[in-house]
Design a binder for this molecule. Structure first.
Ligand SMILES: NC(=O)C1=CN([C@@H]2O[C@H](COP(=O)(O)OP(=O)(O)OC[C@H]3O[C@@H](n4cnc5c(N)ncnc54)[C@H](O)[C@@H]3O)[C@@H](O)[C@H]2O)C=CC1
Ligand SMILES: CC(=O)C(=O)O
Ligand SMILES: [Mg+2]
Length: 604
């Protein structure tokens, strides 16, 4: 009986694969004529074939020649490259970055299929524009850059009416929502409603990396005011000019939004992004057992950092069992830093079975220096990592980073402080003296100017033998004599798309710790020993679709194992449970959207 089910399931999978790869599925639309040309989800510009022009009332609304998708692609890339060539000598790099973003954004607003094809095929070049670092600049300049709205903008003024407002979104189905309140945008602080650029950029990565269908994604800004006085006083600020809601008023606004979302789309997954620390932890605690959500800054970042930390142990030529002996100094006790430490501690507990001593080798600093048990008003989330002052000779509460590095002699320095340059020359030189055979530096804060140090500084002051990773991209460093200092990008982009995709395709009702751990382990095991020896901890962003398919499959399998999978479409949990590891990866790949023009069929 069981094997018969398995047989039928595998036959079904094969036939689905056959059809999906050969016959493009039609897209049923209700629009006609010029309305189609103004809808970026279905617009093909000059690519509409003559039959569609006839059927859909497009004749004479376009120049007569039909241009193929490939020609449109080539034309876009040519104009993009010529902009790049003509602006390369300009000294104002922000100006150039924004010009590139504008070109891409114009295409995004006009023709999403072409936009996502160029994004996927050129992800290494375009990720730094639609994602960090340029997306930070876009948020900072949003009022001047705003042309067309993208996503939904709920505000405190919509309180009491969100349940009906949610129906203003034109798509019938939504799979993935990225939600922010704009209170901690990258390392740039409170950018209020202008933070909407972050959910948009994250969802672009979802489409590019995870193959989510762009018609089923939704960026959301929940504008509860801003405490950024400069914005409140700016006559061009686009959000509510009032201080942020606090306490119960704040939580009830988020509750109302979530209820509206789940009423319309009960299976939608919500990724919380760039919330200030107190609300990041509070909302995660409030919602994680109730519906399918996660906090990317706490949980996605933790998985990526853990994969990098495990890779570091391998790069040092040590066995993975040695991870509990790594001395790790984490600079930044916010949502990201605490998330990383919590997951690292869980990993140590799994390896040693000892929860009591698991955090012993981890040291945590915030803006007031080393955190010890003597710290007044210690945040409860930081308590498990507060050090006993007597642990190492001379260690005191509030010790500066330099003092901590000198006293602790760490193997790893990991920055999630949001402060550019805190890994200064003295700190990096002290790390060099730590005695670690291959010290690692994770300067994970974003955007680039907020990185704790640059790649060049790291290799120059901490030595050529280091492992280096940063949250925003840097070029590899030429060390002379043909040697290269490899730069990794330790960014949650390597995990959040796979976490969301796996949750979606398993129909998970919640996202559990085991699902997140499976994602991190999958990423950690992706790299070969040869890569790791060279200091390469993460795959090239060019393989982001492949790694995301594998991470997604690990998440599906963990969801099934934990019995939180409710199935997706016609695939029920039993069918998921019978898939082998390879079949699960294949199932995930088959469900990834890829940009091609679909035939359009008008519903009468
Ligand atoms: N690479 C990645 O994937 C990710 C990077 N990040 C980055 O991490 C940074 C922090 O994010 P959150 O933890 O959410 O922010 P947060 O505001 O919650 O925490 C910042 C922490 O840094 C501490 N800090 C500030 N100045 C410091 C200094 N001079 N020395 C030591 N500590 C200092 C603060 O006391 C606080 O504990 C941001 O720049 C963000 O872009 C966040 C998530 C993912
Ligand atoms: C990458 C990211 O999520 C952040 O910097 O907040
Ligand atoms: Mg973030």
């Amino acid at each position: 009986m069981w094997s018969l089910t398995k047989f039928v399931a595998s036959r079904l999978s094969r036939s689905r694969r056959f059809f999906s790869s050969v016959i493009p599925r039609p897209c049923i639309i209700q629009k006609r004529g010029a309305d189609i040309l103004h809808d970026p989800w279905i617009n093909k510009d000059t690519g509409f074939p003559l039959t569609e022009r006839n059927r859909l009332g497009l004749r004479v609304l376009l120049p007569p020649r039909v241009i193929s998708f490939e020609q449109q692609y080539a034309r876009f890339m040519e104009s993009y490259r010529s902009l790049e060539k003509n602006t390369v000598s300009e000294s104002d790099t922000s100006h150039v970055a924004l010009a590139k973003w504008r070109i891409l954004n114009r295409l995004h607003d006009r023709n999403e299929t072409l936009y996502f094809r160029v994004l996927i095929d050129n992800i290494k070049d375009f990720a730094p524009i639609i994602y960090t670092p340029t997306v930070g600049l876009v948020c900072q300049n949003y009022s001047g850059l705003f042309r067309r709205p993208r996503g939904m903008y709920f505000s405190a003024k919509d309180k009491g009416e969100m349940m009906s407002m949610i129906y203003n979104w034109p798509a019938q189905m939504v799979d993935m929502i990225v939600l922010t309140d704009g209170s901690r945008i990258l390392g740039l602080g409170d950018l209020g409603v202008h933070g909407i650029g972050i959910p948009i950029g994250k969802l672009d990565m979802y489409v590019a990396a995870a193959g989510l269908n762009p018609q089923r994604i939704l960026p959301v800004m929940l504008d509860v005011g801003t405490n950024n006085l400069k914005l409140i006083e700016d006559p061009l600020y686009l959000g509510l000019r009032q201080p942020r809601l606090e306490g119960e008023e704040y939580l009830s606004t988020i509750d109302e939004f979530i209820e509206a979302v789940l009423t319309r789309w009960p299976k939608a997954i919500v990724q919380f992004e760039d919330f200030q620390m107190k609300w990041a932890f509070e909302t995660l605690k409030r919602y994680r057992e109730r519906f399918c959500m996660f906090n990317d800054d706490i949980q996605g970042t933790a998985g990526v950092a853990l994969a990098g930390l495990l890779g570091t142990v391998r790069a040092q030529g040590r066995s993975l069992d040695d991870f509990p002996n790594q001395k790790i100094v984490v600079v930044g006790a916010g949502s990201a830093g605490l998330g990383v430490l919590s997951m690292a501690v869980q990993a140590v507990v799994r390896m040693t079975g000892n929860a009591e001593t698991a955090a012993q080798k981890f040291f945590l600093l915030d803006k007031d220096g080393l955190i010890t048990k003597e710290r007044k008003n210690l945040d409860p989330a930081a308590v498990p990592f507060a050090k006993d002052p007597g642990l190492i000779a001379g260690l005191r509460d509030g010790d500066s980073l330099l003092e901590v590095v000198k006293k602790v002699k760490p193997d790893v320095l990991l920055g999630l402080s949001g402060v550019g340059g805190v890994f200064n020359e003295e700190v990096l030189k002290a790390l060099r003296e730590s005695g670690s055979n291959r010290p690692a530096i994770f300067a994970m804060s974003n955007p680039t100017m907020n990185a704790e140090c640059t790649a060049v500084e790291a290799f120059k002051h901490a030595g050529e033998n280091i492992v280096f990773a940063s949250g925003s991209p840097f070029e590899n460093v030429q060390l002379g004599n043909g040697k290269v200092g490899y730069v990794n990008q330790a960014n949650n982009m390597y995990l959040f798309p796979g976490i969301g995709l796996g949750a979606l395709l398993s129909g998970a009702c919640i996202i559990t710790d085991d699902m997140l751990q499976a994602a991190a382990e999958c990423l950690a095991s992706y790299m070969t020993d040869q890569d790791i020896e060279k200091g390469i901890l993460y795959p090239s962003i060019n393989s982001i679709r492949d790694i995301t398919a594998k991470v997604g499959a690990s998440v599906v399998r963990a969801a099934v194992a934990e019995e939180v999978a409710e199935g997706y479409g016609k695939v029920d949990p039993e069918e998921l449970a019978y898939m082998s590891k390879e079949e699960t990866v294949e199932y995930v790949r088959r469900n990834m959207w890829y940009p091609n023009y679909s035939p359009l069929v008008q519903k009468k």
